[in-house]
Design a protein around this ligand. Structure first.
Ligand SMILES: *Cc1c(COP(=O)(O)O)cnc(C)c1O
Length: 400
């Protein structure tokens, strides 16, 4: 049989079946990225094996340290973001905690946007409560606020390109510039915009984070996270910690994410168009008191969005229903094509009432500071036909 040596042929069946022939592709190449699900690699000698422990650019040895399928995803996202390298993690939160724990130590100070993803906000609060890291929250629209918050111990500035759920746009060049002047690293969660709409490294960011669970995977069937690094030194430093922390991405999840990502260009165009179209129609509906979409002229970050996100602002926006809390809760229960679910970035249109679900732990004052009212509903536009999505939202509004 091809690929089997005389030595293998001489073994008993129970031994041969433990060592089936591994098919090498020669004379052609696979068009799709191959799935390397095996977690360990064999070496010809101990010196070559020892060398493989040295970093993410060495030979593959054990999939917690690196895996060819996972590496393909890392290269793909690093390429789109304009980074020197990337690290994939089991979830977006896995990427975020890996970066924070790799770069922070007790006594360090972090400046972070106030309206952060809930899991990130909770992680920073936990680092402050139990690990001696101090955190100052800023609004995210004024570099002077960042300068005023700087301390000699400040290590990181943590931002999100577009905030949840009211789609505030962070002034990345100005805020990152203020951190850079002080030698402080900037980390930007770019989940909502994807590298097709915004590339924070072009604005000076040192690390870009994605919950690939959302737009990159895009089909609500896989969890993954990626951290992209502007420079190799930072990449290798975080890689050493990532190997210890072990929030490693499974190769099959990397494979699914890569498969989903191939249609990102088509999907993001539809997400952009549907969200902006719905936002405009909802703004004219009598049951709607306000619409929070940075593509609309009334949004506080409209001018900034035109400059920073000229190719579109993504699929997530929010509306304030005139009927307040009861109207919002009735609306999310009345949609039929859309689903009430706590995610975004997939092919399905999703709705959510933040005040009673994703943001329920915030006090009334904190909700107001985050721009979330009792009647605020988040809408994450999917890729269904926009007229069907609009008809669904309209019939749900008509029931209020
Ligand atoms: C979902 C999300 C995360 C967390 O990602 P998981 O893959 O769910 O762990 C982080 N940041 C943002 C902006 C998100 O939307």
């Amino acid at each position: 049989m091809g690929g089997m040596s005389d030595y293998h042929h001489g073994l008993r069946p129970e031994s041969r079946i433990v060592h089936p022939p591994v098919t090498e592709v020669t004379g052609s190449r696979p068009l799709g990225v191959p799935l390397h699900q095996g977690h360990v690699f064999a070496f010809p000698d101990s010196d070559t094996l020892a060398d493989a422990f040295g970093g993410p650019d060495k030979a593959f040895l054990y999939s917690r340290n690196g895996n060819p399928t996972v590496r393909s995803l890392e290269h793909a996202v690093a390429d789109l973001e304009g980074g020197s390298g990337a690290l994939a993690a089991s979830t977006g939160m896995g990427a975020i905690t890996t970066v924070l724990l790799a770069l922070l130590r007790s006594g360090d100070h972090v400046i972070a946007q106030r309206s952060l993803y809930g899991g990130t906000f909770a992680t920073l609060a936990d680092l402050a409560a139990r690990w001696g890291v101090s955190v100052t929250h800023v609004r995210g629209d004024d570099p002077e606020e960042v300068r005023a918050a700087l301390r000699p111990t400040t290590r990181l500035l943590y931002l999100e390109t577009v905030s949840n759920p009211t789609a505030r746009v962070a002034d990345l060049p100005a805020l990152i510039g203020a951190a850079r002047e002080a030698g402080v690293l900037s980390v930007v969660d770019n989940t909502f915009t994807t590298p097709l709409l915004c590339r924070p490294i072009e604005h000076g960011a040192d690390i870009v984070i994605h919950s690939a669970t959302k737009y990159l995977g895009g089909h609500s069937d896989v969890m993954a996270g990626v951290a992209v690094f502007a420079d190799t030194g930072l990449h290798h430093r975080v890689w050493h910690h990532a190997v210890e922390q072990g929030a490693t991405l499974d190769p099959f999840a990397a494979w699914l994410t890569l498969r989903g990502m191939q249609t990102l260009g088509l999907r993001i165009r539809r997400h952009n168009e549907t969200a902006l179209d719905l936002a405009g129609r909802l703004a004219a509906h009598p049951a709607v008191a306000a619409v929070h979409h940075p593509g609309l002229p009334g949004h506080p970050d409209h001018e900034l969005a035109r400059r920073l996100l000229p190719d579109g602002q993504g699929g997530v926006f929010a509306v304030d229903l005139a009927g307040g809390r009861e109207a919002a809760r009735a609306f999310v229960g009345a949609v039929r094509l859309a689903s009430l679910a706590p995610s975004l970035g997939g092919v399905h249109t999703l709705v959510l009432h933040p005040a009673s679900t994703s943001h329920r732990q915030l006090s009334d004052d904190e909700l107001t500071a985050a721009g979330i009212g009792p009647g605020t509903v988040r809408i994450a536009a999917g890729i269904e036909h926009p007229e069907d999505v609009w008809a669904d939202l309209e019939q749900a509004l008509a029931k209020l």
